[in-house]
Design a protein around this ligand. Sequence first.
Ligand code: GLU
Ligand code: ZN
Length: 278
Amino acid sequence: MTVTRFAPSPNGQLHLGHAFSAIVAHDRAVKDKGRFLLRIEDIDGPRSRPELADAFRADLEWLGLEWEEVPAQSSRTAAYQKVAQTVLKEQHGVLYPCTCSRSEIAAAATRMGPDGPIYPGTCRGKKSGDLHAKAAWRIDMAKAVRIAGPLSWRDEILGIQKATPEIFGDVVILRKEAPASYHLAATLDDAQDGISLVTRGADLFQATHIHRLIQALTGLEPPVWHHHDLLLDEGGQKLAKRRNSPSLTDRRLAGEEGVRLADMLRSGNLPAGISLGR
Ligand code: GLU
Ligand code: ZN
């Protein structure tokens, strides 16, 4: 059965790009007579605001979508820690603590990756005791890739992809003073929730290399991915970055018709100045 999800983070209001993403996931589940799940990704510490999750539900309802909600990430943090400790750290020995600051990393880095400077490996040789919150925990990428062996994954649009998580270097798996990184939490949750098709924006395409690696190391069955086009503004920038564009909540409270807006997004009849692309 097709199981899709929409997994917003409650650290800002939803905008048209989120609406499009939710509609893609929802409509696909409906078409396949599957399930569409909502998962609130609220492990961003003080940046996560519970009242925004309520607004998300109201926004989705306003768009005319129906969903099943699964537990929010904040209620699953013990599972993230357990997998990190027992599988990544004890079984595979691929986690190490890093106490470098952002500016230290920027100063020492010699290469750029998809998410900015590649971690130069300063702390890689550090002895690692038990997982604790005083450090970020990074993955020894070269070692992890050796253990996992060659991996691939399937994108519905672009076909079979060779997994190349090494383009990111030693990414953070457990954030300092936060329960997990997005990569670990989302990967474990997608498996836990039985997601068969991960639909999300093309801006997260590269992250899938890391997720595929985490699945291999933790023995999880990979889903299929569908990285959809993004809504772009006049300058060709991803809509999220656009300032002064009304949020879904703004539109809802202004009395705009959500179901009509959803149908416009479905039909590609986009508001002035907005286009689809990647
Ligand atoms: N919480 C992530 C976001 O809002 C979701 C990413 C995903 O769909 O995997 O960007
Ligand atoms: Zn470090």
